[in-house]
Design a binder for this molecule. Structure first.
Ligand code: C2E
Ligand code: MG
Ligand code: MG
Ligand code: MG
Length: 284
């Protein structure tokens, strides 16, 4: 009987599995053409100093408006781009685009760029960074590269070398989504990260009263301080969460409360309205 039931399940689910493989194949075909069709744009989300609430940086976040599929979220296409290595040319485009845009901003504002492990493993990566900085004229100190703990999973020494080369240029490195991946505190010793980004799950958890989440944020902040790293709280959505993470000692805050990812035009407009970029204006 169990076998029969299993067989039945199998039959019922097969069309769905098929559909999702088919969907994936279609998405991949579209993704291959996307750069050539100019279907990507970058949006920019402000990161503020937790005390002054002034903008200190913008994180560049890629958006894909596919002529075949409409808007596809990065949560869906970035993993596919990583699997197919399409993230290498896409990431190259993102890096150049972000550096070129950041030169239009005030000198004290940084740009944060997400970089996938596959990009770091490319021998060209260092030259790409050098070229983007030269092309844009951006001071290297204004470029912060965001990586996740997944860079430590395979070929860790190659990835580490690539990041150390970027640091030698003057760029800084942020450890993104901290606590969600294959976290090992040992990783923190392997590279001098400038910033640890505390994942939104902990901010949300702590705001909802989870003592575990609260303890994790506290521990990360204490550890970061002792290692001379700063902390950014991710995904802060309201004033209570903002107050909480500031009280917990997070140095910087990013999230919908201070600003959603916005078009390059909207980001530029912020500087026009208020050169100090205080959050009150951001949310007005
Ligand atoms: P991430 O680097 O951790 O970026 C933060 C994500 O959280 C963004 O999602 C942002 O829109 C979202 N977010 C920011 N504030 C809030 C908030 O207050 N509440 C909530 N619920 N969400 C918030 P997005 O833009 O969908 O990007 C998802 C992920 O895709 C990024 O996570 C990053 O890992 C990846 N990604 C995006 N752009 C790039 C890129 O150019 N290259 C690479 N390699 N990965 C990218
Ligand atoms: Mg990021
Ligand atoms: Mg993140
Ligand atoms: Mg994330």
């Amino acid at each position: 009987r169990a076998k029969d039931a299993g067989g039945g399940e199998h039959c019922r689910f097969e069309p769905m599995l098929h559909a999702s493989a088919e969907e994936r194949r279609k998405l991949e075909a579209s993704l291959r053409k996307a750069l050539g069709l100019d279907e990507f744009v970058l949006h920019y989300q402000p990161v503020v100093d937790s005390r002054t609430e002034n903008v200190v940086s913008f994180e560049a976040l890629v958006r894909w408006n596919s002529s075949d599929h409409g808007f596809v979220s990065p949560g869906k296409f970035i993993p596919l781009a990583e699997d197919t290595r399409l993230i290498v040319p896409i990431g190259k485009w993102v890096l150049r685009e972000a550096c070129m845009e950041a030169r239009n901003w005030p000198e004290n504002i940084k740009v944060n760029v997400n970089v996938s492990p596959e990009q770091l493993l490319e021998p060209d990566f260092h030259q790409d960074v050098v070229d983007c900085l030269a092309m844009s004229g951006l001071r290297p100190e204004r470029l912060e590269i965001e990586v996740t703990e997944s860079i430590f999973l395979r070929d860790a020494s190659i990835a580490r070398n690539a990041l150390e080369q970027a640091m030698a240029l003057g760029c800084s490195i942020a450890l993104d989504d901290f606590g969600t991946g294959y976290s090992s505190l040992g990783y923190l010793r392997k590279l001098s990260f400038s910033t640890i980004k505390v994942d939104r799950t902990f901010v949300q958890g702590a705001a909802q009263g989870s003592n575990e989440s609260l303890a994790i944020i506290n521990a990360v902040v204490a550890m970061a301080k002792s290692m001379n790293m700063s902390t950014t709280a991710e995904g802060v959505e309201d004033s209570e969460e903002a107050e909480m993470v500031r009280d917990l000692g997070c140095d910087k805050i990013q999230g919908y409360y201070f600003g959603r990812p916005m078009s390059r035009e909207d980001a530029l407009d912020l500087f026009k309205n208020d050169p100090s970029l205080a959050h009150k204006r951001l949310r007005a």
